[in-house]
Design a protein around this ligand. Structure first.
Ligand code: UDP
Ligand code: MG
Length: 335
C-alpha cells in the first residue's frame, strides 16, 4: 500500500474546483498500478520479476491561495462529504509556489504530486507518473509535448525563457516542464528543509539530484476561467528562476564592465592622438555616445546587482513564505 498526496493550488478557481476534484478522484479512486514492486520487496530475493498490484491510497490537498471568489465555499462543501479532501486556506494571496510549499508541509504521502487546478495538466497522466515511481524513480516531471490553447506569445516566451534558463542555471532544469510532477518522500523532505523565500520549485526539486525521469504528455486548455498568471507574475517567476539558480548575470556584469574599460582606454589613446594632431574641437556626438553607452552599462549593472540584493533582503527578513488561516480535514497531529 502506498499513500499519494496530490497538492492543488487554487486562486479564484470557482469554475474549475468542482471539475478538478471530480477528475482527480476518478483517476485516483481505483488506481492500482502494476509494476515491479521493488518498493516493498527491496530486500527480498526477487529473481523473476514479480508483477504485483500496488494498492494506492490518496489524499488531495486543496490550497486556497487567498481567493476572492467562491472557491473556498465550493471546496469546503466538497470537503464536508469527503475527508480525503483536505483544505489549507492561506490568509491572503501568496502565489502559486508558496501555495505548493504550504501543501507540501501538510502532505503525509509516500509520494507527492503537484498539479494545477485548471486541469491543463491532465490527471490521467498520474498513473504513468506513479508507475515510474514504483520503478524506483524519485522525481518524475511531466514534459509538455504540445500546449493547446496557449497564445503564441506565451509559447514563444516560454521557449526562449527555458533556453536562457538552461544556459544560465547551474542546475540543469529540463525544458518544457512546469510544476506538474511527482516527487518521492525523500525529495519532499529535502525541499521542506530548504528555507529559501524565492521559491522556484521546479528548480529546487531538480537541484536535490535524486533519480529523475520524465513522462511526456499533451497540455490541454484550461477547463474554465482565465489564467491567474498575469504578465508581471510571470516575469517574477521567470526572474526568480534565473536569479535563484545562477550567479552568471553577476559575472556578465563584470565582463561587461571590463569590456567597457578596455574600450574606454582605447578611446583615451585616440583622444591623446587627437590632441596632438590638433583637431579636438569637434566631437559633441562622440561624447554623447560615450556618456550614453557607459550610463547604460552602469544602470544595467546596478539593476542586476539590485535583483540579487532585493532577494537577499527578502531572505534576511526571514518572514514565513505563507500564513495558514485555517485547515479542514487535517488533524492536529499531522506532525
Ligand atoms: N495560482 C495560485 N496563486 C496565484 C496564481 C495562480 O495558487 O497567485 C494557481 C492557479 O489557481 C492554478 C495554478 O496556480 O491552479 C496555475 O495558474 P494558471 O493556470 O493561472 O497559470 P498558467 O497555467 O496560465 O501559467
Ligand atoms: Mg494554467
Amino acid at each position: 500500500m502506498a499513500l499519494l498526496t496530490v497538492i492543488v493550488p487554487l486562486y479564484n478557481e470557482q469554475d474549475c474546483a468542482q471539475a478538478c476534484y471530480e477528475r482527480l478522484t476518478q483517476v485516483l479512486s481505483d488506481m492500482s498500478v502494476s509494476a515491479p514492486d521493488n518498493k516493498d520487496n527491496k530486500n527480498k530475493e526477487n529473481k523473476t520479476e514479480i508483477e504485483t498490484k500496488t494498492k494506492i491510497e490518496f489524499e488531495i490537498i486543496f490550497v486556497n491561495d487567498g481567493s476572492r471568489d467562491n472557491t473556498l465555499s465550493i471546496i469546503q462543501s466538497i470537503a464536508q462529504n469527503d475527508n480525503r479532501l483536505k483544505i489549507i486556506s492561506l490568509s491572503r494571496n501568496f502565489g502559486q509556489q508558496a501555495a505548493f510549499s504550504a501543501g507540501l508541509e501538510y502532505a503525509k504521502g509516500d509520494a507527492v504530486i503537484f498539479i494545477d487546478a485548471d486541469l491543463q495538466d491532465p490527471p490521467e497522466v498520474i498513473p504513468e507518473l506513479v508507475k515510474k515511481w514504483l520503478e524506483g524513480y524519485q522525481i518524475i516531471y511531466g514534459k509538455r509535448i504540445r500546449r493547446k490553447g496557449e497564445s503564441v506569445f506565451k509559447l514563444l516566451s516560454a521557449k526562449i525563457y527555458y533556453k536562457l534558463l538552461h544556459s544560465l542555471a547551474d542546475v540543469k532544469i529540463p525544458h518544457d516542464t512546469g510544476d506538474f510532477r511527482l516527487i518521492d518522500r525523500c525529495v519532499a523532505d529535502t525541499v521542506l528543509k530548504m528555507p529559501e523565500h524565492n521559491r522556484f520549485l521546479r528548480g529546487m526539486t531538480c537541484w536535490t539530484g535524486f533519480k529523475q525521469t520524465s513522462v511526456e504528455y499533451h497540455r490541454d486548455k484550461r477547463v474554465a476561467g482565465q489564467t491567474k498568471y498575469g504578465f508581471f507574475k510571470m516575469i517574477r517567476l521567470a526572474t526568480d528562476g534565473i536569479f535563484a539558480f545562477s550567479a552568471k548575470p553577476l559575472k556578465l556584469v563584470s565582463l561587461l564592465g571590463s569590456t567597457a574599460l578596455i574600450a574606454s582606454l582605447l578611446l583615451l589613446i585616440y583622444v591623446f592622438v587627437s590632441i596632438f594632431a590638433g583637431n579636438t574641437a569637434a566631437g559633441w556626438a562622440s561624447i554623447i555616445c560615450v556618456i550614453m553607452f557607459f550610463g547604460g552599462i552602469q544602470l544595467l549593472a546596478l539593476g542586476i546587482i539590485g535583483e540579487y540584493i532585493a532577494r537577499i533582503f527578502d531572505e534576511v527578513k526571514g518572514r514565513p513564505n505563507y500564513i495558514v488561516d485555517f485547515t479542514v480535514n487535517i488533524s492536529d497531529d499531522y506532525e
